[in-house]
Design a protein around this ligand. Structure first.
Ligand code: HGY
Ligand code: MN
Ligand code: MN
Length: 407
């Protein structure tokens, strides 16, 4: 069996983590920032050094292509190398660098597969700076057009289109022009299940639905000391009540329902002024679309009720909305087969996080391989996966890709 060079994979992960490195061992490479550009340049350099035909598409997705014996549709793997602001070193990066390691192993063995092999990283998977998340793979899969993606702006009003041009990654290739034979994404679980159950490999069957809605509440700023409670039109109070309501709702609904108000800004944000403006985002997720819709409706009803009582205006802006995605069952079975062939313990599971794979399933049979996240930590500088688990996941990726590339 062709073996992956685990040490080299760990070294590459460390080197990439050095770009945008932050206190505590994590990295901050928000999409299309200088740090993202530096990370992109490093990985593109590695791709070119392995002789890959590197193609940058019009939304900045980068695909390294290795020719096969026959000009067939490629077997593709990949993920993302942009991070959240408090990112760990494995989220996304691991899947891209493991894919590169597959290529290195093939090159060292001087093996040419029947089908071409492609390793990709997609633009702005995180959605932390520009929404929606999974933007590059969504464009690649035809989910939104280039102009809609280019027009997305960050909090400073800077657009995706301008930033792609600025960092030199607005490429000539048409997104989605290269339709894969199959797509496999290797990723850390980012949750506690595998770690708690001491299971080595997650066989991912689906990705849960995601709802991101940003609310702008407008009240009246007023003196904190002189304004009686009966006269207040407090936008900050509305935001706080939504956070409490959403959390209580998630507990009450149970199952896979989760709710987060992670982004909140108040204006004027001063100790002695009743806030007249609150901008906050509600992140709701569930594996069940009907339940996710219910959660959205109940949050909206709560907002309407509090807004009326507090005499606050509220505008809603849907930043991202993706229904749950079911991966190709045969390919999922093959992930499980290859994990068991390596005597690794497995369990089937949904993904709590969004991934580029959920977009690629629109184009071709797609599946994901999860490895454990220690204490389920992610989007946190303390994100960690043991070296043996990183190696095991990457070996499954190699074995499955080799099998797919010969069919
Ligand atoms: O939010 C997510 O699930 C992913 O990290 N973009
Ligand atoms: Mn990720
Ligand atoms: Mn992430």
């Amino acid at each position: 069996m062709l073996r992956l060079n685990d040490r080299r994979l760990l070294g590459a992960l460390d080197e990439l983590a050095g770009i945008g490195a932050i206190e505590g061992g994590g990295c901050a490479r928000l999409a299309l920032t200088d740090e993202d550009k530096a990370g992109r340049d490093l990985v593109v350099g590695w791709m070119k050094a392995e002789g890959l035909d590197v193609r940058v598409d019009a939304i900045g997705n980068v695909i390294g292509l290795r020719a096969g014996r026959e000009a067939l549709t490629p077997v593709m793997t990949g993920s993302h190398i942009d991070t959240v602001r408090t990112g760990g070193r494995y989220d996304g990066n691991y899947g891209v660098l493991a894919g590169l390691e597959v290529v290195r192993a093939l090159n060292e063995a001087k093996l040419v597969t029947r089908r071409p092999i492609a390793v990709a990283f997609f633009t702005n998977e995180e959605g932390a700076r520009f929404q929606p998340d999974m933007m590059g793979s969504l464009v690649y899969a035809g989910g939104i057009g280039l102009n809609e993606a280019y027009a997305a702006v960050d909090k400073e009003g800077v657009s995706v289109g301008d930033e792609l041009r600025r960092i030199g990654y607005l490429g000539p290739h048409k997104p989605g022009a290269l339709k894969p034979h199959a797509f496999v994404e290797l990723h850390i679980e980012q949750g506690p299940i595998l770690d708690e159950e001491k299971v080595q490999i997650g066989v991912v069957e689906s990705v849960q639905g995601i709802s991101w809605i940003e609310y702008t509440a407008t009240g009246v700023s007023n003196h904190a000391g002189t304004t009686p409670m009966r006269l207040r039109r407090d936008a900050g109070y509305l935001a706080a009540s939504v956070n409490l309501f959403a959390r209580k709702l998630a507990w009450e609904m149970g199952g896979n329902q989760v709710a987060t108000v992670g982004a909140l800004s108040l204006r004027p944000n001063l100790i002695n002024v009743v806030p007249n403006r609150a901008v906050f985002a509600v992140d709701l997720r569930n594996t069940d679309e009907a339940k996710l819709k219910e959660a959205e409706a109940r949050v909206a009803a709560h907002i309407a009720e509090v807004a009326a009582a507090e005499r606050v205006e509220v505008e809603a802006d849907v930043l991202a909305r993706f229904e749950p995605v079911i991966f190709d069952t045969k390919l999922v079975d093959r992930v499980e087969h290859h994990a068991k062939a390596l005597s690794l313990s497995t369990r089937r599971m949904p993904s709590g996080a969004g991934h580029d794979a959920q977009m690629m399933q629109r184009l071709c049979p797609t599946a994901m391989i999860f490895v454990p996240s220690v204490q389920g930590l992610s989007h946190n500088v303390k994100e960690h996966t043991e070296a043996a688990d990183l190696a095991a996941g990457a070996q499954i990726l190699l074995n499955l890709m080799l099998e797919l590339a010969e069919e």
